[in-house]
Design a protein around this ligand. Sequence first.
Ligand code: MG
Length: 371
Amino acid sequence: MKITAIEAICLAIPMKPLDPPSPWTAATRKQIIVRVRTDAGLTGVGEAFAYGAPLAVCNVIEESLAPLLIGQDPLRIEYLADLMHRGTMIYGRRGLAMFAISGVDIALWDLLGKALNAPVHALLGGATRPTLPVYASLMRYDSPKDVAGACKGFVAQGFTMLKLHQTDVASVRAAREAVGPDVALMLDVNCPWTPAEAINMARALEPYRLFWFEEPVWPPEDYTGLAEVARATDTPIALGENESTLFGFREIVERRAGDILQPSITKVGGITEFKKIAALAQAANLPIAPHSFYFGPGLAATLHVAATWGGAMPVEFPTGQHETSFLARPIQAVDGYVEVPSGPGLGVEINEQAIRRFPYAASGAKPFVLH
Ligand SMILES: [Mg+2]
C-alpha cells in the first residue's frame, strides 16, 4: 500500500447559540480535517489544532509534509513520523507545524486500524475500560451569574466534573455555590500571571477546593515559575497543553513544574508522540488528564489513547455544539462518561455534507485573544 494524496481541509462551522452566551463560541468554529489517501482505496482521517492561523497549518501539511509522504508505505508510522519531525525541524518543534504533523499522524493511525480491521486502542495495547470519565470544559462567560447558570445546566446533563475558564475569584465562588460540595470543579486561566500573582490567586481560591488549577503563569513554558506555584499551594497545578513533543514534556517532568500533565493530541505530534509522553509521565509517576477541546478525530484519538491506561483522571470534553456536526455520528457524553469508539481505526466517520457546506475562508476578523 502506498500514500497517494494528503489533504488538509479547513472548516468554519457556526456554533449553536449557548444559554447563557459565551464570547468564546466564535473561536471553536474553525476545524482542520486531514485525509491520507492510498492506492488501496483506504483513507485515514485526522485532525490538526485549528485556532489562530488554520490556513497556515493546512499549508504546512500540503506544501511540506505531503511531498515527504506521498509514495511511502503508510503503515510505517514511526518512520514517517521521524521523516516529518526531521523535515520541519528548522521551523516546527512547537506550534503550527507541530499541529500539522499531529493531524497527519492521527490520520496514519486511523489508516493502520482500518488496514488491520482493529480499533486504534487495540493497536496500542488494548482498552482497560469500555467507557471513560469526562469533564465538561466550559467556555468563558461574562459574569459570575452566567457561570453559575452554565454550571447548573451541565450538572443537569449528568456531568460530575466541570472546568471553568474564568480568571476571577467571584466566578469560582458562584460556581461552587451553584453546584454544591460534591461536584469537582477545575479552573483553567490560560496563562495570565506572574508566579507571585499566581500564588496569591491559588491561595485566594483554596476555600473553593479546586480539583486542579490550570496554567496560571505567563508564559506557559516558564516551568521554573510554575514549579514555584506548585510548591506554594495544596491545589494541584495542571499544565502542558501548549507544550509539544516528548522532549518538551521531559522539561516539564525534570523540573517537576506541576502535578497533572495535559498533553494535547492535535498539538504534541499526534498519537505517536502522545504515547511516548504517556510512558514518560508513567515513569515520573505523574497523572495525565488530556487536553482535548475537540469534537472530531482529535477527540476520538484522545479517547483511544486514554483508554489504554488505568488511571482515573478525566478526559476533557468540549461544551457547545456546532450547527452541523462534522462527524456522521457525533461523540456524546452520557452521565459524565463517553464510550471508547470500537470501530476500525479511530471509529469515526466524517460528515461529507458538513465539509462541502462550511469551507473556511480567512475573514479579516479580529484575532482571538485569550486575555
Ligand atoms: Mg487549558
